[in-house]
Write a protein that binds this ligand. Structure first.
Ligand code: HEM
Length: 172
């Protein structure tokens, strides 16, 4: 097995973790949260995000490093941007889509994820003074629901981008 076959293998392993994780969390985990209470869902998401975040960012690093090595070996970066061949254009399209996926992932992890985590550490909202002491079912804060909705939408954008990249790689 030559060195480039190993690099190609590592590229595919990274993609399996990264894209597989996106598919499972968007299509299976997030919709399944409806089956448990918002408080339990918050705890589960916090634990999941910690582990998922580390594994995903390691996988992204593996994909990018191996992708750069493969590009350099197969075509080289100057030909990639200057040759205007079908291969170069498809590879460039794929790299741009991958960069958009990384930017989306950064927003999900470091902006939305952090804001959502701040809800699980915040004390529960105090009941209004005029509630007369009656226990009212306190739902999740609307801001948290908005963040969860945005997370789900961007998750689906990631699914579509990954499918588009795989299509480009099928055409290349
Ligand atoms: C900066 C990011 C990336 C770079 C620079 C990159 C670059 C490359 C290169 C040069 C190849 C070899 C193409 C050939 O054999 O002609 C390749 C293969 C491939 N890439 Fe990527 N890639 C990146 C990210 C991704 C992502 C995010 C996905 C999937 C969502 C992906 C999926 C694939 C697949 C399925 C192959 C074909 C298997 C192989 O030959 O190893 N790549 N990539």
């Amino acid at each position: 097995m030559n060195a480039m076959a190993v690099v190609s293998w590592l590229h595919l392993i990274g993609i399996t973790f990264w894209v597989g994780g996106i598919f499972v969390s968007t299509m299976v985990l997030m919709p399944s949260l409806k089956a448990i209470s918002p408080a339990e869902g918050g705890k589960l998401m916090e634990a999941f995000s910690k582990r998922f975040g580390i594994l995903t960012w390691l996988a992204v690093a593996l994909v990018v490093i191996t992708g750069i090595i493969l590009t350099n070996d197969i075509i080289g970066f100057s030909l990639l941007v200057s040759s205007n061949t079908r291969y170069a254009n498809l590879l460039l399209t794929k790299i741009i889509l991958a960069i958009v996926m990384i930017l989306n992932g950064t927003y999900m992890s470091f902006v939305l994820g952090r804001k959502m985590a701040s809800f699980s550490s915040a004390p529960p909202a105090s009941k209004p003074a005029d509630s007369g002491g009656k226990s009212q079912p306190s739902g999740p804060p609307p801001e948290l629901l908005r963040l969860q909705g945005r997370m789900a939408i961007i998750g689906w954008v990631q699914v579509v981008l990954a499918l588009a990249i795989l299509l480009v790689m099928g055409l290349i």
